[in-house]
Design a protein around this ligand. Structure first.
Ligand code: BGC
Length: 390
């Protein structure tokens, strides 16, 4: 039983940092001034002895990201406000043990695969064969099943060049894992630029026809993790349509216009402004938990997706993606039962996720962009998160 295990290691203090710096001369915390750098440190081990590492990527312009080889998790992401004060703007846990024991519900910061979001009743048919996946979000399958990519220890390799620094993560999912067909070779590369952009590039190939939908499941709070709610953050989405859902959060198949609904974020609105409107879709999600159809110019071309501003700190997050959709989730199921990275409790609405993706349940929705991947083809997608302040 690999994965769901007790741990032998605890969180490593910042003082223990600085193993294998690439390029030489990794800079101290915050690190404004010098160029991008990356450093590695141990982050404990799973009960079967598998070691987990933590990589710290620094932009040299105030952004610092910590990534775990467990789940490819973005553990912390520090970004400056307009006065240069940094805060960790993503939700997470302090220890590997917490990620193993408690991240099965929220998926903080993790790479999600093989299929991000829901597949109705965990079932789909491909080339005449029906596949039954684990039902882990009754009555559906969510985020890759019982032991998705968020629980795997990825092989890591630092990469650098062109004024940026990166971490390449590889995982080969065996044929039949979580009942998905095909051996899926997956590479996720995180790149941090000196322009304070975090780029996530996904690449996958298969040896049998299969379905793939990959994303990163970071929750943001631009005022700082653990500081309270995000309902005052202003959100703009480049989406004139969304995919309404049924009571189990499976799309009805309709691409509905957002105009005149609480789902219209084509101009900036505070996240909380309309979240208490008596709208059936908001009731189903207990808030926003919906896929938005991005107004792409051309499929597969990087497109402006979302812009979020925190009026208090002035921090701005801008997201572009090659994916056709984005799940906006307003942290509805955070219920005060988890203690986060800095020791504070997460309550409903204390973070939001913007998951770039193909639409939920695409394998059962002939009118949605296809998520089928065949031998000889490659799945490639990229999402960029840019951090600035005003
Ligand atoms: C889903 C939510 C779920 C959350 C954490 C989101 O992608 O849409 O319904 O609660 O992930 O699992």
């Amino acid at each position: 039983m690999k994965g769901l295990l007790a741990l032998t290691g605890a969180a490593i203090s910042a003082a223990a940092l600085a193993v294998a710096a690439v390029p030489a001369g990794a800079q101290p915390a915050g690190g404004v001034g010098s160029g991008p750098s990356i450093a590695k440190e141990p982050f404990g081990a799973l009960a079967d002895g598998t070691k987990v590492d933590r990589y710290t990527l620094t932009s040299g312009k105030g952004v610092r990201v910590r990534i775990l080889t467990y789940g490819g998790i973005v553990q912390t992401l520090e970004a400056p406000d307009a006065r240069g004060r940094t805060a960790n703007v993503v939700l997470g846990f302090a220890t590997l043990k917490d990620y193993v024991d408690k991240n099965g519900g929220p998926y903080f910061g993790a790479i999600i695969g093989r299929y991000a979001n829901r597949i109705a009743k965990g079932r789909f048919t491909l080339d005449g064969k029906t596949y039954q996946l684990a039902i882990n979000n009754d009555p559906n399958s969510l985020h890759g099943g019982l032991k998705g990519f968020n629980t795997k220890v990825w092989k890591a390799q630092p990469v650098s060049g062109g004024g940026s620094v990166g971490l390449r993560l590889d995982y080969t999912s065996p044929d039949g894992e979580e009942n998905y067909p095909g051996t899926l070779k997956t590479t996720v590369t995180y790149t941090l630029t000196k322009g304070n952009e975090l780029r996530v590039a996904y690449h996958a190939t298969t040896d049998k026809a299969t379905v793939v939908n990959l994303t990163n499941h970071s929750y943001f709070n631009l005022a700082g993790e653990g500081t309270g709610g995000i309902y005052d953050h202003l959100l703009q989405l480049n989406a004139s349509r969304f995919t309404p859902v049924d009571s189990t959060l499976i799309p009805t198949g309709q691409l509905a216009p957002v105009k005149g609904t609480p789902f219209d974020f084509t101009r900036p609105h505070a996240i909380g402004e309309r979240i208490r409107v008596g709208d059936q879709q908001l009731l189903y999600g207990q808030g926003y938990d919906h896929n938005f159809v991005l107004d792409q110019r051309r499929p597969g071309e990087p497109t402006q997706a979302a812009r979020v501003t925190d009026p208090r700190s002035g921090r701005v997050l801008n997201i572009t993606t090659t994916e056709p959709g984005i799940q906006f989730y307003s942290g509805n199921f955070l219920d005060g039962t988890l203690v986060g990275t800095s020791g504070r409790v997460y309550r409903q609405g204390d973070g939001f996720a913007l998951e770039t993706q193909h639409f939920p349940d695409s394998p059962n929705q002939p009118n949605f962009p296809s998520t089928v991947l065949r031998p000889g083809q490659a799945f490639d997608s990229a999402t960029t998160y840019s951090f600035s302040a005003r």
